[in-house]
Design a protein around this ligand. Sequence first.
Ligand code: SF4
Length: 409
Amino acid sequence: MVMGVKTSDSLNAIKVLVDSFRVNLPLAKTIVSKIWSLALELGKRYGEGFRFKIMDFCGTHEWTITYFGIRSLMPPSIELVAGPGCPVCVTPSYFIEEAIKLALDGVTIYTYGDVYRLRSIRFVRGAGSLSDAKALGGDIRVVTNILDAANDAKSRGRDAVFMGIGFETVAPGYAQALNRGLIPNNLKILSLVKLTPPAMFYSIDVQKGDVIEPPIMGVIAPGHVSTITGAKAWAPVSESFRIPVVVSGFEPIDVLASIAEILKQLASGKAETVIEYTRAVTWQGDLKAQSLIANTFEIVDDAWRGIGFIPKSGLRIKDRYSKYDAFKVYGIKDLTPDSWRYDLTPGCRCADVIIGKIKPTQCPLFMKSCTPSTPVGPCMVSIEGTCSIWARFGAGGLANEIAKELGLL
Ligand code: SF4
């Protein structure tokens, strides 16, 4: 009972905290005014017609920006674009096809819900997704974490594979499960974990010198990932590209404050990595988790769906745990730059959406042949996919209220 009271109290405290971030209209109004005055200052420096992009990396930030209509509060010079922060979207089709093969050969596949619906570019024995494979008799089980997969696999005793998709946030959990001997012998892990800083580097680098698109002049860095990596992981981005990077929380006020900080730095000629999300992120991050990851995984050049290989951007299981490594046990060949093939459906512009080069609405298939119920590309499948977020949520809520107060609507 005492525990219950404590839990309820702390839940209430969290709710009050979240509510104050979410509905603090005076604070939101102050920050938006600051953003407009800083944009005006930058306009004087760079010229009236100057436009630039601020890229958010994380699918949850994109959700906050879209759901709360934060774009509608921005001055015309600022474009908010989404980055590659959806691990399901960037998992190569090849690995979905390999999982389908295993499932149709009688191996149980444990996977997250959105991977279950992800379409492969090639059909495997009549299946173009894990849900198709289930319809054809495969044993596909949706789980929310690796321990559920481990417990279920142990109780069933069947040969099974867990599809280890995700970013740095999931890697410590996979590593801990292996380190503590929680994975039963009949369960193997297909480690497809991707690392985020190399992808951010790639996304900015590939657009450098683009004369059509406005330049990326600031980054809203992912808060969850940074609890593990620490803000230090993003310092090379601000140093190499001379742009501000702000590690942000996920409430609308967090995002607005992060945008204001980016503009403040730009106006004063600074380009630093700073933490807005101080209630969860430190500069060094979670050293124990980092050490677990380093002991369990090796870093490899990895393929990103529609994009190709990004150096040092993936994690594979180290030899010491090879008996749990699905690559080794099932002889799955890893992709190489020679074997990787472009893996998006013709017409799908996910590769450009993922690096913030275009908006989903610039894809000719958006909300025509490609919708949340009939997804053509991976960005429309996952709840963290930019196209899916844009399709499901429009501007509204808090943003409209503030915009009205500011006379913008
Ligand atoms: S709208 Fe659909 S087809 Fe177009 S980029 Fe997004 S996921 Fe791909």
